[in-house]
Ligand binder design. Structure first.
Ligand SMILES: Nc1ncnc2c1ncn2[C@@H]1O[C@H](COP(=O)(O)OP(=O)(O)OP(=O)(O)O)[C@@H](O)[C@H]1O
Length: 239
């Protein structure tokens, strides 16, 4: 896709719709933010723990019509109602094309989604029995099943369940789906996943959401530093 043919092109936050006392106003990267452009078929949210990535991803998911804990638009359950009010204030700027399918995949609530998948199964749609696979195997099998052409996908730290080898497999699955017209927004700390060619990387650091190069991400820099200077880093850290 050469031009911006994304299903979702921008995110606009109307802060007047957010309570003065809301913790959302304490999330530095988000509070000054009114408009975020989504330019590429694969966009990553990166940044320190607690910088607001999952909060924004979840708000997009809810606004788009996904279940806040994951699944497709057909999934409706919430085991712990913890989602923020950000979705109320979020406007999603859509492109001209409409996604044919979509999925919100979260490593942290994969167990609940897998349970629900068994409940939703019937003769025409037999269960994949994700619980009978390991966490990583099940997670990857779910991705394999759900990544279809012309879909819109939100992934929250998909690497959490996956070995480096399987992160590469996931990268290839994402690419296959992108080549068939899909769009992904992915929260990740993985230097492997972030290496996806020509992705847009949005960093939630330094008090704002800003575009960032792969080599500038902390995920890449710290991993590179550690691998190339393991002894020095450990000596300093553990001294
Ligand atoms: N219900 C809540 N009440 C108050 N503060 C909250 C609530 N939920 C999240 N927060 C705070 O909002 C901030 C952003 O959390 P968020 O989960 O979006 O971070 P993140 O960037 O996804 O982090 P991580 O990389 O650890 O997943 C955190 O400081 C968190 O403590």
């Amino acid at each position: 896709m050469k031009m911006n043919s994304n299903y979702i092109r921008e995110l606009v936050i109307d802060w007047s719709k957010i309570d003065e006392q809301s913790y959302l106003r304490d999330i530095e990267a988000l509070r000054g933010q009114t408009k975020i452009e989504i330019k590429k078929p694969v966009t990553f949210f990166v940044g320190e723990n607690g910088s607001g990535k999952s909060t924004l991803l979840e708000a997009i998911a809810i606004k788009y019509g996904f279940n806040p804990e994951g699944g497709s638009k057909n999934y409706s359950f919430a085991t712990y109602d913890s989602h923020s009010e950000l979705f109320n204030a979020l406007r999603i700027g859509k492109g001209v094309r409409h996604a044919k399918w979509g999925y919100f995949l979260r490593a942290e609530s994969f167990y609940n989604v897998a349970t629900k998948e068994m409940e939703y199964a019937d003769i025409l749609h037999p269960s994949e029995k994700y619980h009978e696979k390991s966490h990583g195997e099940g997670f990857l099998a779910l991705a394999q099943k759900q990544f279809k052409p012309n879909g819109f996908y939100l992934l929250d730290e998909p690497e959490a369940a996956l070995s480096p080898q399987r992160q590469l497999t996931l990268l290839a699955l994402v690419n296959q789906s992108v080549m068939q017209g899909s769009q992904f927004i992915i929260v990740s700390h993985s230097p492997i996943l972030l290496g996806y060619p020509d992705a847009q990387i949005l960093a939630f650091d330094d008090g704002k959401v800003h575009n960032c190069k792969y080599e500038e991400t902390n995920s890449f820099r710290i991993m590179e530093l550690f691998i190339n200077n393991r002894e020095q880093v450990l000596n300093k850290l553990l001294d």
